[in-house]
Structure formats: structure tokens, C-alpha cells
Design a protein around this ligand. Sequence first.
Ligand code: ZN
Length: 76
Amino acid sequence: METPAYELYDEVEMKKPHPCFRRSKRFQIVRVGADIKILCLGCGAVLMMDRDHFNQRIKKVVAKHEAPIVPSKENA
Ligand SMILES: [Zn+2]
């Protein structure tokens, strides 16, 4: 399956929900580099993973954003 084109601050839907109380599948990309950092829009947690891992887990880009939607609870 083709990986959707994504860039920094995109709001994305992942194939699997974050195992937090909200079970959110919506995340925002907060860092793009050798590793990708995504912020769970349900609980605000930041997850870091390598690009290959992320490419396998992203389902689609939901919306484009210019800046972080919510303040991170961690240093991004
Ligand atoms: Zn979460």
C-alpha cells in the first residue's frame, strides 16, 4: 500500500488507536527528521518512532496545520 504524503504539523489518522483512555487514532506530526514524533490528540502524549515504522502505521492525512494544535506535554 502506498504511503500517504505527509509533512510537519499534518493531522493524521493511524491504523491503530493510541492505547490511552481516549483510544484516539488522530495524531499530529510534531517533528519530522530521522525519527518522526507524533502527538496523540486524545491525551497529548508524544510518541517517537522511525520513519519506516511510521510509514507502516499511518493510514491517511486528515488535515493540514501550520502549527501545533495543542501544547505538548513533553519537549518535542
Ligand atoms: Zn493518547
